[in-house]
Design a protein around this ligand. Sequence first.
Ligand code: ATP
Length: 229
Amino acid sequence: MTILELHDAYIMQDVNTVLQKVTFALEKGEFAYLVGRTGSGKSSLLKTLYADLPLPAGTGAVAGFTLPKKGSTDKVPYLRRKLGIIFQDFQLLFDRTVAENLLFVLNATGWKGKARKQQRISEVLMRVGLANSAAKMPHQLSGGEQQRVVIARALLNEPVLLLADEPTGNLDPDVADSIMRLFQEINNAGTAVLMATHNYQLIQQYPHRVLKCEQGQLIDSAVTPFELT
Ligand SMILES: Nc1ncnc2c1ncn2[C@@H]1O[C@H](COP(=O)(O)OP(=O)(O)OP(=O)(O)O)[C@@H](O)[C@H]1O
């Protein structure tokens, strides 16, 4: 089953084309990395996939939703509910506990019933190894633990696809590795993952398909094998 599909897609920031004629698909349960130099378009591509940027030319569908040609539409919340998004712009709210951070998302995505919500919060925290941190404030957690909460939050609605932008970016190597293992577990349970990273060492350790933004185009290791340099 195809979870994500772009065909001749143009990734734009305002009037500037960042990537052109992007064509690729991701199947259910697949894992792919997204690489490329700073400013090559990784974040812009991910933003297009969750409809934060429009798709002005070409076509795209994610989790059964057609990506909009112009700005946001009323369908976007439905798309977002099917995705887990791990992005620098979506950090934790520091004025409330871990559980409250998760509750905020459950409320925003239409969950009803206090007991059900509490149950779901316990489940996702357990999943990321933070069963005992529900009542903590984010600043009481290490950077790696905070990132686990961000991942827990992304898992709340059982996404079919996880989009992650540099999820190991500011973490030391051991912590980055443990976050990576968590991603592997989530992926092994059937969630497709598209992860932007600069960390080639992690890619070598956990090899998967690689999509590379280069000179305004997307190169796919599944179509044209290339060396990571
Ligand atoms: N909000 C914005 N408005 C206008 N242009 C932008 C905006 N964000 C990014 N750009 C431009 O779009 C291009 C691609 O940026 P993007 O952030 O997608 O690259 P990236 O590969 O994710 O980089 P990095 O590895 O540094 O995160 C760059 O030329 C950048 O300057």
